[in-house]
Design a protein around this ligand. Structure first.
Ligand code: FAE
Length: 514
């Protein structure tokens, strides 16, 4: 039953009193950029405090589980909404969304005019809710995205460092051939190859040995129980198990969950005054705290960092931020679709929620499509895909003074290049297989999931809003270290690139500024 899971009190009290404190480094947000910054600063002997607006996600609910199941959203699932907003809104003619109690749940479906942006909320950021697909882009694509960054250094040092720190590995190909839970991916491969498309395995941070045991029935199921969007209770190496665990083990890092940064402004005696609202699990402010930080790292994610920075510039808190703030935002070209297979191409009732394979048509058609699961527990004869495409459109965040909120000027029609790119793959496969697109997944008679992104990128682009290492122009001691640095596209799933770039930038910042 929705909302029936009772939650015990989550840790909301920081390890030490924040109000009035002075800290050497304050990190806003605990996703990839924030976790890398915290670990490396702490290893360099700097005490770090992290403010995170979401919950700690370290305490089980009354069902004994920390995270809710994707098939049964409950109070834990969504960030401060009264109705779920699932990426797949319909199935076989039935709407899937349901009422839920308003709560600081794990998945934010943040709505702007033309797009819903999905983001993770809590200690671990997007790593709590994502598929763990850990893809290093092709070197030539990286060079096109961030031409000012030395690619030799990235591929020689920082991508390997990020992959090791995140615990990335690839599925055992022999097991893939026989595992019941990847029948859907094998069907996806067959169809891709019959149409002449390159098919590639996608690395992941999920523990593949654990998944083998799930399939064998010797471990509690997580990926094989449909867990993903609202967190995985087992198997996935989120930042809680990797970078953040190592950061905490240094003894120099403290984290305050349910603490939302609302302002950063120069402090009279040097450094920055940071204003933080402590919120309850229903989203109400219960205390407002002020501390002083020598250095502030914006790691609130592309959307969170951009929203804060456009506000701080417009309201005069950080007046010397430049005109590039808020610009260069893109959706990584995300678009989803499903295909209806013939009855002889069953995709399996048991599907691992962790995708492991993709169709690479980037060079020819500007699309990289993941073969995604549809873990409904029943045979659907559907193939489902998330495409990452080369979409040229870039939006801008701005501060609406009258409404007191940040706005994004993305337009739904801007997804058309993404749809066209995805069609270079799926029109061909449909023609070859004699199949059709599903029209029941995103509404009634709607083929394309073109209303959303999981991969917000940009808004404080490297080398534009910041210098070549993320130092914000105009205010020394302020840094951007998250997905906001990347100008709207990475050609693949973004978190390995966000992590590697953060590794590169923090190394330079520690050497030069601290
Ligand atoms: P992020 O991880 O979003 O962390 C930012 C943190 O800051 C969050 O915890 C926020 O709650 C917090 N925050 C925001 N504002 C404030 C504030 N004012 N005060 C305090 N805290 C604040 O940022 N990427 C992949 O590479 N592979 C995948 O398989 C994949 N699957 C995805 C699936 C889903 C459903 C979603 C939502 C995303 C997925 N992504 C995937 C994207 C990936 O998770 C995302 O690019 C990174 O998490 C972004 O990392 P950042 O460090 O930029």
């Amino acid at each position: 039953m929705l909302g029936a899971v009772a939650l015990t009190a989550h840790a909301t009290t920081p390890a030490r009193a924040l109000d009035g404190a002075r800290v050497p480094a304050l990190v806003i947000g605990t996703g990839y950029g924030g976790a890398v910054a915290a670990l490396r600063l702490a290893e360099a002997g700097v005490d770090v405090h992290m403010a995170e607006m979401g919950m700690a996600w370290d305490t089980p609910g009354s069902d004994g589980k920390i995270f809710a199941n994707t098939i049964r959203p409950d109070v834990r699932s969504f960030w401060l909404r009264t109705r779920t907003r699932q990426p797949l809104s319909n199935f076989l003619g039935f709407p899937l969304d349901k009422d839920v109690p308003r709560h600081t749940g794990i998945l934010d479906a943040e709505e702007f005019g033309g797009i819903t942006v999905y983001q993770g909320r809590g200690v671990g950021g997007g790593s709590l809710v994502n598929g763990g697909m850990a893809v290093t882009p092709r070197r030539e694509h990286f060079a096109a995205v961030l031409p000012t960054v030395d690619a030799a250094e990235m591929y020689g040092t920082y991508y390997p460092r990020a992959n090791a720190g995140l615990g990335v590995s690839t599925i055992d190909p022999d097991w893939f051939e026989t595992a019941e839970c990847y029948q859907y991916a094998r069907v996806g491969r067959k169809h891709a190859q019959r149409s002449g498309f390159p098919f590639v395995f996608v690395p992941d941070v999920y523990d593949w040995e654990y998944m083998k045991r799930e399939q064998a029935g010797t471990a509690t199921r997580s990926a094989l129980a449909g867990e993903i969007l609202y967190g995985n209770n087992h198997g996935k190496r989120s930042l809680q198990q990797t970078y953040l665990a190592r950061a905490k083990a240094t003894g120099r890092v403290t984290i305050s969950p349910l603490h939302k940064v609302t302002s950063v402004a120069p402090a009279p005696g040097g450094g920055y005054t940071v204003t933080i609202d402590q919120i309850s699990t229903s989203g109400d402010t219960v205390a407002t705290k002020e501390l002083t930080a020598d250095k502030v790292f914006f790691a609130a994610g592309s959307v969170g960092t951009s929203k804060l920075l456009v506000k701080l510039r417009a309201t005069g808190a950080l007046p010397r931020l430049n005109g590039e703030i808020g610009k260069g935002w893109g959706d990584n070209g995300n678009v989803m679709c499903g295909r209806a297979n013939h009855m002889w191409d069953a995709t399996g009732a048991l599907q691992s929620s962790i995708p492991t394979a993709g169709i690479d048509n980037w060079a020819a058609g500007g699309a990289f499509a993941e073969v995604a699961p549809l873990p409904t527990g029943i045979e659907t004869y559907a193939s489902f895909y998330l495409s990452i495409t080369k979409n040229p459109h870039r939006a801008e965040f701005s501060w609406n003074t009258a409404a007191g909120r940040a706005e994004l000027n993305w337009q739904t029609a801007w997804k058309q290049p993404s749809i066209d790119a995805a069609k270079t793959i799926f029109d061909k496969i449909n023609a070859k297989e004699g199949t059709i697109y599903r029209t029941d997944l995103f509404g009634t008679y709607k083929i394309w999931g073109d209303h959303l992104t999981y991969h917000p990128l940009g808004g404080a682009v490297l080398g534009k809003a910041t210098d070549g290492y993320g130092r914000l122009h105009g205010h020394p001691g302020l840094y951007v270290i998250d997905g906001a640095l990347i100008p709207g596209n990475t050609s693949v799933n973004p978190f390995v690139t966000i992590t590697a770039l953060a590794e590169r930038n923090i190394e330079k910042i520690i050497a030069a500024d601290l």
